[in-house]
Design a protein around this ligand. Structure first.
Ligand code: ADP
Ligand code: ZN
Length: 605
């Protein structure tokens, strides 16, 4: 590649993209000119190009530090598909294969070399890097250096040595973790004090956020998938391994291909399931949060949570795995009273020191705030990350503003019944008392004689569960530290009880009628919007992509992303030079696959 080629030229010819996105252009220029950079961009924002293009512009080979050995092969394969010389060094290579990569590096054949941090810091590897020109160091998933963050990797700490051993080589650290504490720690631990910081908006406008009240999570999940995501790739996050297994089994029983992923599975099964998820179309992964970092599959159409996440940071990172290709995608969460109880109990009965518990409470409260809000969800999320925004028009609350009702009276009844029964019981029992149910437990504790027995008959049980959930989320009630889920009043409850405070809560849960017309409706606005008449051609394009991918044993999205196939479908290029203008069709892919797809588009295949 001649050094005279400009960054934009490379973007267009090699990657096949028309223009830089957001701050990509500035970042590329800064690093290509030898500057250090800290890049904060949301998942799917396009971080890879920020070091790949400078790698092509600068002399020598770029070294990319990545914690995810299992994914390096696909990353390198993606570059090969673009005609870029790249390789990786990690423990999956045999000694001979590693020697071969080293030889290529020394002879200057490589433009990018991916290395795991523990490998990079060995004397042998550092010695290797000193023997041939290094274009730059890219430190991907840079938040792994932070003990404050949630993915701390001790191996990352040693990376500050790069600065000392290679003072002339620019370094670019990249992460999708936004919070200020993590950012400060990255700067300090990687000695990036002089680096330029590029902070992008964390908004992901193509993701539609929706949070629903849980009554039967699995059933609701199934309806959601059938209604909006038939045949789509998705991830379903669950809190426990058991829930993961049950959910995967349930979806399979209902004709949706689902696989489990959690830390309790052996490494081989995990790797096999991950590979199938990446390579096949339309697999749903039921997983714990152990799944996902570094999964850069661009066409994940939905991320569902059937249990409440513990923090907004975690939730946003997980949902960010939807729609990296920029096409419409859904983030869907079902949550209810039990989630709140369970997470609060986990914190209170946990072994963590008080200071840690305090942090966990704050994080959970922010998540609860999002779940309960009647405002635009995106405004709340972005606000949490310090970003101001207008109502988005693409979340459940914007699309169908929730109703609120004056729940002052109901809340007082709930609080007073909690008090009258001695602040030693869980919500289920207190609701029985409110509804005047003469259960064994009610009789055993003589709760049919308390003044609040039966004072709540005007509301159905589901409404009471919603009231208790919101009182817990709002901090009027708290769980104790024994882990039995018993509730007591907090100081915040007093003004409510004394009638000094009004409480307006989200709408009463309606019994959800299964609306037939809803299911028959064509795919929702949040999916790809393929006209029915185009559906057969769309399927043939995907089929062609599948064949080409299988022949090389690579993931389908490395051939072309959904966004690129959709652009072909919409534009119907007639010739190779038309095809070259489709976003995502660079020179090498045009060469290798252009004709095959033209044939499909024009019925010759
Ligand atoms: P990140 O690492 O920030 O999560 P990626 O680098 O994987 O994001 O990019 C996400 C998707 O966006 C990829 O499919 C990538 O090819 C695409 N992309 C990146 N930059 C551009 C651009 N300037 N124009 C069009 N597509 C882009
Ligand atoms: Zn909104």
């Amino acid at each position: 590649m001649s050094p005279a080629r400009s960054a934009l030229d490379l973007l267009q010819t090699v990657f096949g993209y028309e223009a830089f996105r957001g701050r990509q252009g500035e970042i590329v220029e800064h690093v290509a000119n030898g500057g250090d950079a800290l890049v904060l961009m949301p998942t799917g924002g396009g971080k890879s190009l920020c070091y790949q293009i400078p790698a092509l512009l600068r002399q020598g080979c770029a070294v990319v530090v990545s914690p995810l050995i299992a994914l390096m092969q696909d990353q390198v394969e993606g570059l090969h598909q673009l005609g870029i010389e790249a390789a990786f060094l990690n423990s999956t290579l045999s000694l001979e294969e590693a020697r071969e990569v080293e030889r290529k590096f020394l002879s200057g054949q490589l433009k990018l070399l991916y290395v795991a941090p523990e490998r990079l810091l060995t004397p042998r590897c550092l010695g290797l890097l000193e023997s041939a020109p290094v274009a730059l160091f890219a430190i991907d998933e840079a938040h792994c250096v932070s003990q404050w963050g949630h993915d701390f990797r001790p191996e990352y700490i040693g990376l500050s040595t790069l600065h000392e051993r290679f003072p002339e080589v620019p370094r670019i650290a990249l992460t999708a973790t936004a919070d200020a504490a993590t950012r400060r720690e990255i700067v300090q631990r990687l000695a990036l004090e002089d680096a330029a910081e590029f902070v992008s908006s964390f908004d992901r406008p193509n993701i539609r956020y929706a949070i629903v009240e849980k009554d039967n999570a699995r059933r609701q999940l199934l309806e959601f998938i059938e209604r909006e995501h038939e045949g789509d790739t998705g991830i379903v996050y669950c809190l426990s391994r058991k829930r993961v297994e049950e959910t995967a089994a349930f979806l399979n029983e209902h004709g949706i291909t689902a696989l489990p992923y959690h830390a309790g599975l052996d490494a081989e099964t995990r790797a096999r399931n991950q590979t199938r998820f990446l390579r096949e179309d339309g697999i749903v992964m039921a997983a714990t949060i152990a799944f996902g970092m570094g999964i850069d599959k661009p066409d994940v159409r939905f991320v569902a949570h059937i249990d409440l996440p513990k923090s907004l940071e975690g939730y946003y990172q997980e949902t960010g795995r939807a729609g990296r290709d920029g096409l419409p995608s859904n983030a869907w969460l079902a949550y209810g009273l039990n989630d709140v109880m369970q997470l609060k109990d986990m914190i209170e009965s946990g072994q963590a020191p008080e200071a840690q518990k305090q942090i966990e409470r704050q994080k959970l409260n922010a998540m609860l705030g999002l779940a309960e809000t009647t405002q635009c969800r995106r405004q709340v999320i972005l606000g949490y990350f310090g970003e101001q925004s207008a109502p988005c028009g693409n979340c459940d609350n914007c699309i169908k503003p929730p109703t609120t009702w004056d729940a002052t009276d109901a809340a007082r009844k709930a609080l007073s019944c909690t008090f009258r029964t001695g602040q030693r019981f869980g919500a289920g029992h207190i609701i029985d008392v409110l509804l005047g149910r003469e259960t064994e437990k009610v009789k055993q504790h003589f709760h049919d004689r308390v003044t609040t027995f039966g004072i709540g008959r005007e509301l159905p049980e589901a409404a009471w569960r919603s009231v208790f959930r919101q009182l817990l989320a709002g901090g009027y009630l708290a769980t104790d530290s024994e882990g039995y889920g018993t509730l007591h009043l907090t100081d915040a409850a007093r003004p409510l009880l004394r009638g000094e405070l009004e409480l307006h809560l989200r709408g009463l849960p309606e019994k959800r009628k299964r609306d037939k017309s809803e299911r028959d409706k064509k795919r929702s606005a949040a999916s790809l919007d393929i006209a029915p008449a185009d559906e057969p051609l769309w399927q043939r394009l995907r089929q062609k992509r599948r064949e080409l991918a299988d022949a090389q044993s690579v993931p389908a999205y490395l051939i072309f992303s959904d966004a690129t196939l959709k652009a072909m479908l919409d534009a119907r290029p007639a010739t190779l030079s038309d095809m070259a203008h489709i976003s995502g069709v660079g020179a090498q892919k045009l060469d290798r696959y252009g004709l095959a797809f033209l044939d499909v588009l024009h019925g010759a295949d």
